[in-house]
Design a binder for this molecule. Structure first.
Ligand code: SAH
Length: 256
């Protein structure tokens, strides 16, 4: 008899709690032969553990925690990495880029929401990557516009998101440094890549009352280290707050 599949394989003992009802997993985009043992088991237990860790790290916004518990991060990483999908770690997604750590994704979206009781309005994401954060955002915002400058990743995100049928996610191929004026003004803007400064176009496209969260190279930091910037656009001007250190891939101009 074939061993009962578990997910992730590395957490066998923890994951082996007997489960009588087994749901059929939705089809994955990886070929059957390439699927690691383990995706047969319901991955929600692993997401719940991840969410508990996020709560311990201080994330409180129920909508964010719910979104993190709902979106299946293992669908966005290479089949060889699925066993690490629910660890709080960034992982390679090809072309030298990475999927952000769940801790950072939830922290940034919580900052972006700033305690909002309902859904955010239109959100602009710079750096679609594999599409994971766009999927999380789709559950806490009315519309998500997400731009990626690398064609290979734009296509990958499209493929990853297709089976999820998220009608409020709009994937755009282009240079996110110029934002996306057609969707403006945005209730919130979030960048997944860090530059020297926040491009003026982002500030212009942010609604009054809106908030932008982005990694920036900290002015005082040596060696180009980054910090999280929160920028609020108010009727009287711009308020900026620099928070903790973060590590993001660089924001680059142009497309490739
Ligand atoms: N949110 C992504 C993280 C991807 S990493 C996820 O969930 O997977 C950041 C991405 O930003 C990379 O894919 C990189 O190519 C992209 N990027 C960097 N500069 C950019 C720019 N000017 N416009 C659009 N995307 C950019």
């Amino acid at each position: 008899m074939k061993p009962r599949p578990s997910f992730p394989a590395r957490l066998d003992s923890a994951a082996a709690a007997p489960k009588v009802v087994q749901t059929t997993p939705a089809p994955l985009t990886v070929p059957l032969a390439a699927r690691p043992q383990g995706l047969g088991m319901d991955s929600s237990a692993h997401r719940m553990r991840m969410v508990q860790l996020l709560q311990k790290q201080g994330v409180q916004d129920a909508a964010v925690l719910h979104a993190m518990a709902t979106i299946e991060r293992h669908r966005f990483v290479d089949s060889a990495l699925v066993n690490q999908a629910y660890e709080d770690t960034s992982l390679p997604i090809g072309l030298g880029q990475t999927i952000s750590k769940p801790g950072v994704v939830s922290r940034m979206i919580e900052l972006l929401r700033n305690g909002a009781s309902g859904k955010l309005g239109r959100v602009l994401e710079i750096g679609t990557g594999c599409g994971y954060q766009a999927a999380v955002l789709s559950l806490v915002a009315s519309e998500v516009y997400s731009i990626e400058r690398l064609r290979g990743l734009h296509d990958k995100a499209r493929e990853n998101l297709r089976p999820m049928r998220l009608p409020n996610v709009h994937l755009l191929f282009g240079d996110g440094m110029v934002g996306y004026a057609k969707g403006a003004p945005y209730a919130a803007i979030i960048a997944a890549a860090g530059g020297e400064a926040v491009p003026q176009a982002w500030v212009d496209q942010l609604a009054v009352g809106g908030r932008l969260v982005a990694p920036v190279v900290a002015p005082s930091a040596k060696g180009g280290s980054q910090a999280l910037l929160v920028l609020d656009k108010t009727a009287t001007g711009i308020r900026q707050t620099l928070l903790e250190a973060v590590h993001f891939v660089p924001l680059k101009s142009g497309v490739a």
